[in-house]
Design a protein around this ligand. Structure first.
Ligand SMILES: C[S@@+](CC[C@H](N)C(=O)[O-])C[C@H]1O[C@@H](n2cnc3c(N)ncnc32)[C@H](O)[C@@H]1O
Length: 174
C-alpha cells in the first residue's frame, strides 16, 4: 500500500511486480494517479484512519506525506495496524533546512518575497519529522510485535552550499 500517493511511489511498487494500492486524501491527486497508472487501484483515504482490515499488507510506504500530518503518530499506528507481522513500513521526510539546502533556499525566498499575511489553514511544522526530533514518534514501531524499526539517512544526505545549488540549477541537472 502506498499512502499519500500520487502515482510516482506506487509506480515503483508496480514496476517490481507488486500488487499495489494507492491512497491519498486529495481527490484531485487520486484522479491524477488513476490517469497515470491505469489498472492500479487508487482511492481517497486518510493516512490517519485507513479503511483497510488489520494485517492486510506486506508493505506500507509513504513518500513525503508524513510531514503534512498534524498527528503523525496516528498515521504510524495505522500503518502498523494494516501491516502483516514482519511487514515493512517505510516513509521519507525532508531533513532540516541546514541539510536540505534546496528546500531551505525555497523557504527563505518565500519568506522574503511572498505575501505572508494571507490566511492559511493551520498545519504542522514542516520540519516536525526531520532528524532526531521524530525518533520518539517512530519508536512506536518498535512496540509492535513482529516489526523492527530503523531510521536511515540516505548516503546522499549532506549539507551543500547555496553556491553549489545555484550552479547546478543554472547548469541544469544533467
Ligand atoms: C508532497 S505530496 C507527496 C507526493 C508523493 N508521495 C511524491 O513523493 O511525489 C503529499 C501528499 O500527501 C497527501 N496527504 C496529506 N495529508 C494526507 C492524509 N491525512 N492522508 C493521506 N494523504 C495525505 C497530499 O494530498 C499530497 O498528495
Amino acid at each position: 500500500m502506498s499512502v499519500a500517493v500520487p502515482a510516482t511511489s506506487t509506480a515503483g511498487a508496480v514496476a517490481r511486480g507488486v500488487r499495489a494500492i494507492g491512497v491519498d486524501i486529495a481527490p484531485a491527486m487520486v484522479e491524477v494517479a488513476r490517469a497515470r497508472l491505469a489498472g492500479v487501484e487508487f482511492r481517497i483515504g486518510d493516512a490517519k484512519a485507513l479503511d483497510d482490515a488489520d494485517a492486510r499488507f506486506g508493505a506500507v510506504a509513504g513518500a513525503f506525506g508524513m510531514l503534512h500530518l498534524a498527528e503523525p503518530d496516528h498515521a504510524i499506528a495505522e500503518a502498523f495496524r494494516v501491516l502483516c507481522p514482519g511487514g515493512t513500513y517505510a516513509f521519507t521526510v525532508w531533513d532540516g533546512p541546514e541539510r536540505a539546502t534546496f528546500l531551505g533556499m525555497g523557504i527563505q525566498a518565500v519568506i522574503a518575497h511572498a505575501e505572508m499575511t494571507v490566511p492559511v489553514p493551520p498545519g504542522p511544522p514542516i520540519f516536525q519529522a526531520a532528524g532526531r526530533n521524530f525518533t520518539a514518534a517512530f519508536a512506536m514501531g518498535r512496540e509492535c510485535p513482529g516489526h523492527a524499526a530503523r531510521i536511515d539517512s540516505p548516503p546522499t544526505t549532506k549539507a551543500v552550499s547555496r553556491t553549489r545549488v545555484i550552479a547546478v540549477l543554472e547548469r541544469g541537472a544533467s
